[in-house]
Ligand binder design. Structure first.
Ligand code: URA
Length: 447
């Protein structure tokens, strides 16, 4: 491969901009050059935008994903006994499923070596949520990652300088350059991380709707099929679920608040949509791991692990091993349980009586970004205590003046940002005289 300093990035950008396919060698030189800091952000951003607008051929996508994997190491988990299965979501609003799903499945005997991401665009990220637990480190060495995995059956980390470092940099750049919603860029990002994990099987949760990067079912199906094909070609068992993201999942949006909500699921409670998806994805993970003969048996095992507290114990153990300064299994249940007091909240009253017909999940996610629960620039700090609580969800009745949601914002948040968040939330809720028809959470399963 050519050394990155020898590639002419301007030629590459022009070539892609004008609709020509890049060679595998050019893509590799770009990926390694950017990872090594030899290609500046502005040229990488221009190339990402050209890819976003022009798309990629199957060969280019494969070359991009393989170059991203090659930017770091691929884990060898062959010395660990037991099936190794992961789950990855394409990103949504209020999607905290990984936090309780990974320990629930680990409690059933699957090893879950999970490399996750930060918030992307309007969507939340598992790493930002975990880091709202004081002390929790998502940046482990490979040895530490394997040691946590061996001891409690799961470990949750981010991309590092040795594991898909190219995705670490490209992901952060895409977040702030309007280049997220691209099938090849999402597929390469997700599958490079998952194939570097050394897993046997993968369950993909491909979100569809306003809060997802794929707004229509056909786009989501195309993304799902692309990723399934990549995974199967690499010898992995893969199932993709297409699931509804036209309203947020659960009732909490915001980092610490979402950890709270996930811990409620680990305590055997939790919102029905969270439980339904956890059962379905977890049941399939157990099936792909060969621990059960069908997904229904798997779902029942996952539910048992949640109900009996074993999933909570696993999560608490994982958190302590990854540096958390609070024992989640024994912490009190108040909002302050993890040392991160949520901000005081203000209600957003309903302008009229009726039923919630829809909640635009993207607008809710963008309101979260205004509250600093997500980033507008790469260097922005996250406010872990900012949140939105959805008092009403689709189909629920509300009286005029009753709260649709509550908004927890830092006292020093500039008033224009607070106002922008409230405006987005007001526009997100549609109220009508009749309850809307129900929308299934699980739209399709591709096996
Ligand atoms: N999740 C990822 O890991 N990458 C994307 O691009 C989108 C969701």
């Amino acid at each position: 491969m050519r050394c990155a300093s020898m590639i002419d990035m301007i030629d590459l950008i022009r070539k892609k901009r004008d609709g020509f396919a890049l060679t595998a060698e050019e893509i590799d030189a770009f990926v390694q050059g950017y990872t090594a800091g030899q290609v500046p952000d502005y040229q990488a951003a221009a190339l990402l935008m050209a890819i976003f607008l022009r798309g990629m051929t199957d060969e280019e996508l494969r070359a991009l994903m393989e170059a991203m994997i090659r930017s770091g190491e691929v884990l060898d988990l062959s010395t660990l006994s037991g099936p190794k299965v992961d789950k990855h979501s394409t990103g949504g609003v209020g999607d905290k499923i990984s936090l309780h799903l990974a320990p629930a499945v680990a409690a059933c005997g699957v090893l879950v070596p999970m490399i996750s991401g930060r918030g992307l665009g309007h969507s939340g990220g598992t790493l930002d949520k975990l880091e709202s637990i004081p002390g929790f480190s998502t940046c482990l060495s490979i040895q530490e990652f394997l040691s946590v995995l061996r001891r409690c059956g799961l470990s949750l980390i981010g991309q590092t300088d040795r594991l898909v470092p190219a995705d670490k940099k490209l992901y952060a750049l895409r977040d702030v350059t309007g280049t997220v919603e691209s099938i090849p860029l999402i597929a390469a990002s997700i599958m490079s991380k998952k194939l570097a994990e050394g897993i046997d099987a993968l369950v993909l949760d491909v979100k569809v709707g306003s809060g997802a990067f794929m707004k229509t079912r056909s786009q989501a199906r195309q993304l799902a099929e692309t990723m399934c094909e990549i995974g199967r070609r690499a010898g992995k068992r893969v199932t993709a679920f297409l699931t509804d993201m036209s309203q947020p999942l659960g009732r909490m949006v915001g980092n610490a608040a979402e950890v709270n909500e996930a811990v409620a699921v680990l305590r055997g409670r939790g919102e029905p949509d969270l439980i339904e998806l956890t059962r379905a994805l977890g049941g399939e993970m157990l099936r792909l791991g060969g621990l059960v003969t069908d997904e229904h048996q798997g779902a029942a095992r996952v539910e048992q692990a949640l109900a009996q507290g074993e999933a909570l114990r696993r999560f608490a153990q994982c958190a302590l091993l990854q540096g958390a300064r609070v024992d989640l299994a024994h912490a009190a249940e108040a909002d302050a349980w993890m040392g991160c007091n949520l901000h005081p909240a203000q209600p957003l009253p309903s302008p009229q009586a009726g039923y919630v017909v829809s909640i635009d999940a993207q607008a809710v996610g963008l309101a979260g970004v205004e509250l600093r629960a997500g980033r507008k620039r790469k260097e922005d700090d996250i406010d872990p205590a900012a949140y939105i609580r959805l008092d009403r969800k689709r189909g629920e009745a509300v009286e005029a003046g009753e709260p649709l949601c509550h908004v927890g914002a830092a006292p020093d948040l500039p008033p224009p940002q607070r106002e922008a968040a409230l405006r987005l939330l007001r526009s997100a809720y549609q109220i009508g005289p009749e309850p809307p028809p129900s929308v299934p959470l699980i739209l399709e399963v591709l096996r």
